[in-house]
Design a protein around this ligand. Structure first.
Ligand code: PLP
Length: 387
């Protein structure tokens, strides 16, 4: 039986997959089982932040896996301590909780916010404002938090206590930010929602209104974090630091990890026995994550993310079929005039280019290590398709 048939007869059909069996990758190029090569502008949905099998990353991961692949969180490991310290240093946060995914990082943030409020104000202040068109994950709680009705089917009852505010609508925010609210959760750039950045004015209003009422701001930076937008955190582009920031996707260069970062005020809210994860802070993931930090902190790589992002954006805007490009750094979304994004992604794949969609846009999340030549090559393929 071929891989695709074997796969489909044994794995739940929860994903719409392309008929492509991925076999290996090197740098920014992936190869399928027939040896056909693809320039990767999706990087496994922003996870392979250093591309495929980056040499230093491989070394760090292999060395750790040969030493200690895992131990329980009943004990300490040096590699988790090292990574946590570096992550707090680079972000300015005080403490971190490690899980294995974006949804888990957000679960931690939601629990933390509710407990912060419960400890200080008692019951009844448990509501969390999330934005219309947001995406926060696939667990029941993070689905409930997600502000898109299409996700609120089948699985009733959903978790209570989420109120949606329209993105960039300050009046709607002020109206709904009442005494029942303990936190406002935002993505600075809505990723799955179509690469839609928030306005500076709206972000300012969120922080100002929340600050006045001791309502926590949670920044879901699962997609925007770890250098993706040209700053380590997308919040740095807006001049704000949330009380809680969640990271995942690119954090460990393609190994599972989620992180929930808390500021001074929130660092001790989740005490002994209130939260946990068997695999959280896995040493191999931490070793990979340290290699990602090493890359980001050496040289001017974040500056280059900004510059390469600008370069890619300008090239995309020159294509007649593209009507506009949103996003920051190497997280870009291109709107199309007449073609369907999903069709374009299919055609691109046939022509050796991996792309993503986000709603009706084409989405670009190339590895942070992408070169100008690779950008040129990928865009040339896209240009040909969009002719
Ligand atoms: C991908 C994503 C998630 C979910 O992450 P998982 O690792 O799939 O659980 C949550 N929030 C945002 C903003 C994301 O982009």
């Amino acid at each position: 039986m071929n891989t695709i048939d074997k796969f489909n007869s044994n794995v739940m059909g929860t994903y719409g997959r392309y008929p492509l069996v991925m076999e290996k990758g090197a740098g920014e190029t992936a190869a399928d089982e027939n040896g056909k090569q693809y320039i990767d502008f999706g990087s496994g949905i922003g996870t392979n932040s250093l591309g495929y099998c980056n040499e230093k990353w491989v070394e760090a991961v292999c060395s750790q896996v040969k030493t200690l692949q895992h131990t329980s969180n009943y004990y300490y490991t040096k590699v988790q301590a090292d990574f946590a310290e570096r992550l707090n240093q680079i972000t300015g946060y005080s403490a971190v909780f490690f899980g294995n995914s974006g949804a888990e990082a957000n679960e931690c943030a939601i629990k933390l916010a509710r407990k912060y409020s419960f400890d200080k104000y008692g019951k009844g202040r448990h509501n969390i404002i999330t934005l219309v068109n947001s995406f926060h994950g696939r667990t029941l709680c993070t689905l409930s938090a997600t502000g898109q009705e299409v996700f609120h089917n089948y699985f009733f009852p959903f978790v209570e206590g989420f109120i949606n505010v329209e993105a960039n609508n300050t009046e709607d925010l002020k109206e709904k930010l009442d005494d029942t609210v303990c936190a406002v959760m935002i993505e600075y750039i809505q990723g799955e929602g179509g690469v839609v950045p928030l306005n500076q004015d709206f972000v300012d209003a969120v922080f100002e209104s929340c600050g006045k009422k001791d309502v926590l701001v949670i920044a879901d930076e699962v997609q925007t974090g770890v250098g993706r937008t040209g700053k380590f955190l997308a919040g740095d582009n807006f001049g704000h630091k949330a009380n809680i920031t969640t990271l995942a996707k690119g954090i460990a260069g393609g190994l599972p990890m989620g992180a929930c970062l808390a500021d001074e005020k929130c660092r001790d809210v989740l005490g002994k026995g209130t939260h946990g994860s068997t695999f959280g802070g896995n040493p191999v993931s931490c070793a990979g994550a340290l290699a990602v930090l090493d890359f980001i902190q050496s040289g001017d790589h974040l500056q280059q993310v900004t510059e390469k992002g600008k370069y890619l954006k300008e090239k995309l805007l020159k294509i007649e079929e593209i009507s506009g490009v949103d996003g920051m750094g190497l997280m870009l979304g291109a709107a199309l005039k007449t073609k369907k994004a999903a069709d374009v992604v299919g055609e691109a794949l046939e022509n050796g280019l991996l792309l993503l969609t986000a709603k009706d846009k084409l989405r670009f999340l190339p590895p942070l290590t992408v070169t100008y030549e690779e950008i040129d090559k990928g865009v040339a393929i896209l240009e040909e398709i969009l002719k």
